[in-house]
Each structure stands twice: as C-alpha cells, then as structure tokens.
Design a protein around this ligand. Sequence first.
Ligand SMILES: [Zn+2]
Length: 208
Amino acid sequence: MIIWGSKLRIFTESNGNFYCPECNDYKNYELKNVKKYFNFLFILQFEVGDLGNYIECSECNSTFKEDVLKFDPKADNLKIRGLYFSAARDIMISIAMADGKIGDNEFERIINSFEKITQIKLGKEDLLDAIRNLKIREHSLSEITEEIAPYLNDQGKETVLRAAIAISKADGAIQEEELNLLHSLSGDLLLPKAYANGVFIEEEISPK
Ligand SMILES: [Zn+2]
C-alpha cells in the first residue's frame, strides 16, 4: 500500500485560436498548467510545485511552448506586405527627389509604377502625405531600403529596382546623382552585383 507520493495534475487555464505549426493551419488550443501535488494517506493533498504552462492543439494534440501563440503567419504577411508597399513608395519618392524637387512627370510615374508593382492605386493626396512624411522623418534611401531588403527575394528586389529606374527616367535622361542612387539602391537591396548589372544593362543604364 502506498501511503504517500506525488502526482501531476493538469488544469486547463484558458483556450483560444492559434496557428498550429503541426496542422499548418489555424486551430483551437488549450493553455494547460501542470502542478505537482503531494499526497499522504489519500486524505491530505497539497501543491508542491508549479511546473509551468504549455499549449495543446485541440486538433492534433501536439504540445508547444507558450511562445507559439506569438506565431501568426497571416498577420506577419500583412505586416510585411504593408512594409513592402510603403518602402517601395518611399524608395520611388527618394529617387524622384534626388534633384531636389518632384516634377509632374515623376509624380505621375510614381503613381503608375506603384500600381504596377502592388496592384493598388495610390491616391494623389496619399502620395503628397507620404512625400511630406518622408521629408520630416529625413530617412535616407539606404535606411528605407535596409528595412525591407531582408524580406524580399531577388525578384522582389528587382521589382523595386526597376520601379526606381522608371522614376529616374521620368524626367528625361538619368542624372549623375540619380545613377549613384540607383547603384547604391541595388547594393542596399543586397541584390547580387551580376544580377543588378543585368538589370542596369537591360534598362540601358551604366552598370556598377
Ligand atoms: Zn495541430
């Protein structure tokens, strides 16, 4: 006969919806807490330790650390999409401002190029706001680009570079300061040099 011992008891503390990495989908979960109890003669029972929490998927019963609740690929994708859209827009504005002002042609070209790469029509007021914000924040082209580069694959980087080139061409020939900006843009995008030069040559621009 066992007169004393300890056992674990599991309590469900809360539940909700989460992205289960095992199911690869959004499923319900239960947040479980494990406590250790000391038993004596079946009459006395007291808690001797809190062993912590874990998350259990209600679908596949896989268990995870609580951190799993922070993992939300849909929200992360949206965030990255938003970051990409604003970075692409701000990169085009920075290139257009290389000569100190944004001409009507450049303004129109930003709207067109933005729509081409995002399928979203940028309103004139929104663009004016973005230009004002960019002037206030004084973020350099490099800072804007470095923020987005890690999230883009080579094709995404090429798209941004080509959009910037389209803006540089909007006011006629590409000026030297625009050329320098385009070259440093391709560097900040971490686009392989040979790849970037392929794009420059195709666009009839001197390679790096
Ligand atoms: Zn699951």
